[in-house]
Design a protein around this ligand. Structure first.
Ligand SMILES: Cc1ncc(COP(=O)(O)O)c(C=O)c1O
Length: 389
């Protein structure tokens, strides 16, 4: 298969140092040396999650596995769940929730708009006995960031356990698990954590445990109680229920150390600056973003409306064929209408964004649009250093 430079919203282009960790000789996933390495890694990942009080597990599998584990562990006894739905992934969690319990209530917002905290507040006042709520932090299908801090405050005041899908945000934009009252936060390694896919880190707060321990949920691998049990019963030699992908765990440790060395705040500011660079470049080319409200636009990926000058599939194909750059199309009801660009970790850099903008300019020109060479960057001051800034 050909390699394309991955400007999609995950998986992303990886730092060669991370790939090198993946190809180190295999080690056993048990024994004192591994336990030390594993437990230290968990502590490092917890710093990226900004949690001290939660437990954290590295579940082998995709992000969806960790989120479904949260849902099945909390509501498979038929408890009531509130699903906040404003996109493709919100809809996925709605379907998964409905498969575990009949008591599902929703707050919806149109695709491209953020969930309103006031709506969440109203529903929680009206509905009794809601055990948990689930929200997608960065809705990758639309480019929206949902107001998780405000939603966390409301859930906390109402005694509702909050589950956050942070698959496309954790490590790229501010997310404070303890301070924002996030009880379960689940992500995946292939996006802002700058690793290949395959691990789903998930944090579980003491408040969430109180409910999980009262729930007679079925299953074994996806049952979070199993994960806790192994850290206790087998903690000194094999602190997880299954064989771990040791190379990927090494890669994750390396990437999280790198993330912390950059500094979380510096990193978030870099993602914000690079998102602005891309958005400004796209405006200069005459494009409109899907998300109209600038306050809820994601800094880790951007959804752009295609227009009469070039269709989304044509643009995507041109970038692949002529520049070996891969961007993404729209999902589900947005298929064919938008294109999406990821800017996470190594792709939230001038070296990744400027060539992408220049390639988009060229695609427009090739389809007959009047676009000057360099128009996307017109009037913009680019950082001169070759570092990430
Ligand atoms: C917001 C969000 N949630 C969940 C997922 C699913 O992640 P995975 O494919 O690792 O299960 C994705 C994948 O793109 C995502 O962007």
């Amino acid at each position: 298969m050909k390699h394309y430079y991955l400007m999609i919203p995950g998986p992303i282009e990886l730092d060669p140092e991370i790939l090198a960790e993946m190809s180190t000789p295999l080690v056993a996933h048990y024994g004192p040396e591994w336990v030390k390495f594993h437990n230290e890694t968990v502590q490092i990942v917890k710093q990226v999650f900004r949690t001290q009080k939660s437990d954290l597990f590295l579940m082998p599998g995709p992000g969806s596995l960790a989120i479904e584990a949260a849902l099945s562990s909390l509501v498979s006894d038929g408890s009531k769940i509130l699903v906040l739905n404003n996109g493709f992934f919100g809809e996925r969690w709605l379907k998964v929730s409905q498969s575990y319990t009949k008591q599902v209530v929703t707050v919806e917002a149109p695709w491209g708009e953020a969930i309103s905290p006031d709506d969440v507040s109203k529903v929680l006042k009206r509905e009794k006995n809601v055990r948990a709520a689930i929200v997608v932090h960065g809705e990758t299908s639309t480019g929206v960031t949902n107001p998780v801090r405000e939603i966390g405050q409301i859930c906390h005041q109402n005694g509702v356990i909050l589950i956050v899908d942070a698959v496309s945000t954790l490590g790229g934009v501010p997310l404070e698990v303890d301070e924002w009252h996030i009880d379960i936060c689940a992500t995946a390694t292939q996006k802002c954590l700058e690793c290949p896919p395959g691990l789903a880190p998930i944090s579980v707060s003491p408040e969430a445990w109180k409910h999980i321990e009262q729930t007679s949920s079925p299953g074994w691998y996806m049952n979070l109680r199993t994960w806790k049990e192994y850290t206790i019963r087998w903690g000194d030699w094999h602190p997880h229920p299954v064989t771990m992908p040791t190379g990927l765990t090494r890669a994750l440790r390396h990437s999280c150390e790198k993330i912390l060395a950059e500094g979380l705040n510096e990193r978030f500011q870099r993602h914000a600056r690079m998102a602005n660079l891309l958005r400004q470049g796209l405006y200069n080319l005459g494009f409109d973003l899907l998300v109209e409200n600038e306050h809820c636009r994601s800094n880790t990926f951007t959804a752009v409306r295609a227009d009469a000058r070039i269709s989304a599939p044509q643009l995507i194909k041109y970038l692949k064929d002529h520049h070996r750059i891969q961007i993404a199309g729209g999902l589900d009801r947005l298929a064919g209408q938008i294109f999406r660009v990821g800017h996470m970790g190594p792709t939230a850099t001038v070296h990744a964004i400027v060539p992408t903008l220049v390639a988009i300019e060229e695609a427009l020109r090739a389809s007959g649009a009047k676009v000057e060479a360099g128009q996307s960057l017109g009037g913009m001051e680019l950082p001169t250093s070759l570092s990430h800034v």
